[in-house]
Write a new protein. Structure first.
Length: 125
């Protein structure tokens, strides 16, 4: 298994717009072969360590979230890294993802604080 993971911030007043865009993304990735697609909005962000003390690092700090922003954690699950590469290539070629679709539109999140990475699954049930 292989996972693409994302961490980003969305202004609270743009959450509905982001949700609409994310739902479209879910349809496209699933259509092209992703096994799962999740977009999660931060809910319990005051992380505490095992000792009950505030964590020195949490998602809002990592994402440099401002008071009026929400933290989004997203992931897409694939059979393998090879399959991920094929699926992502198909997604990027999908007409719904064309540059024309997005040109001149403001993204509902700050691309400068958008984190992304590919992960090998270490443990799964």
């Amino acid at each position: 298994m292989y996972v693409d993971g994302f961490l980003l911030v969305v202004p609270k007043d743009k959450l509905a717009e982001y949700k609409k865009m994310a739902a479209m993304g879910a349809k496209i990735w699933m259509k092209h072969g992703a096994l799962d697609y999740k977009e999660c909005v931060g809910d319990d962000m005051d992380a505490k360590g095992m000792d009950g003390k505030p964590s020195p690092m949490n998602f809002p700090k990592a994402a440099k979230a401002k008071e009026d922003e929400l933290v989004i954690f997203s992931y897409i699950l694939f059979e393998s890294k090879t399959r991920r590469n094929k699926v992502n290539k198909m997604v990027m070629a999908d007409p719904a993802m064309s540059a024309d679709q997005w040109e001149g539109k403001d993204m509902p999140f700050d691309m400068k604080r958008f984190s992304y990475g590919g992960f090998k699954v270490l443990v799964s049930n």
